[in-house]
Write a protein that binds this ligand. Sequence first.
Ligand code: FPP
Length: 252
Amino acid sequence: MFKNTQDNQQLNVDNIPAHVAIIMDGNGRWAQKRHLPRIAGHKRGMETVKTITKVASDIGVKVLTLYAFSTENWKRPHDEVSYLMGLPVKFFNDFVPDLIKNNVQVRVMGLIDQLPAQTQKAVNDAVKDTADCTGMVLNFALNYGSRLDMTMAVQKIGRQVKAGILDPNKITDQTIDDNLMTSFLGQLADPDLLIRTSGEERISNFLLWQIAYSELVFTDVLWPDFDKSVFEQMILEYQHRDRRFGGIKTSK
Ligand code: FPP
């Protein structure tokens, strides 16, 4: 079945990527271009998060994972880090009622207990307040790094081996999946589509294990300018890809 996009193109509603992950880049450059402080870009970027959450949920995305703060982002100036830590508080204060209305469940992955107390509270409250929502999962990667995630998974697996409850010869892909921060997503842990905005074409320590067969789509659009129309373009691009998962094309 097809539906018209905002730009009058045909979106196949039977081929919507179940899990979309986004590296939201370009907030700083958006602000710089307007002679505004970098935090103005982050503020605007937060509004984009609201828009894209709604659009993704409406078109039938099941999991939307957003890279909001990486384990490397602590290197930024103190004022910027502090502003970024305040954003979830503002975002959830404003937006949880809409999330509930749209049946969106909030989840977070990353080292949450290292965040300032008020950020932790905002995040934990949002997770609790939306726990009964059964629609799209809005998964924030916050103080997240994929190498850290994999290192911690190896440590957990190592402890199970040491305790004698896991035979090293029985370790499979599934064992690794089960010990990563995305394990709660089950079959939906691996993104079908990974988007990065702002013209940069790198992965920046995001979901390295999980994107083994993801379709990667890049756009020059800066995150604060990303909107429904650009998002639909990215989904259309995904729908033109031929996903083979290492196999060969099968005729339909
Ligand atoms: C990258 O742009 C963006 C970030 C490091 C922060 C992303 C955060 C948001 C979009 C807001 C998140 C909202 C919530 C609700 C938590 P950049 O600063 O690296 O941009 P630049 O490359 O142009 O400098």
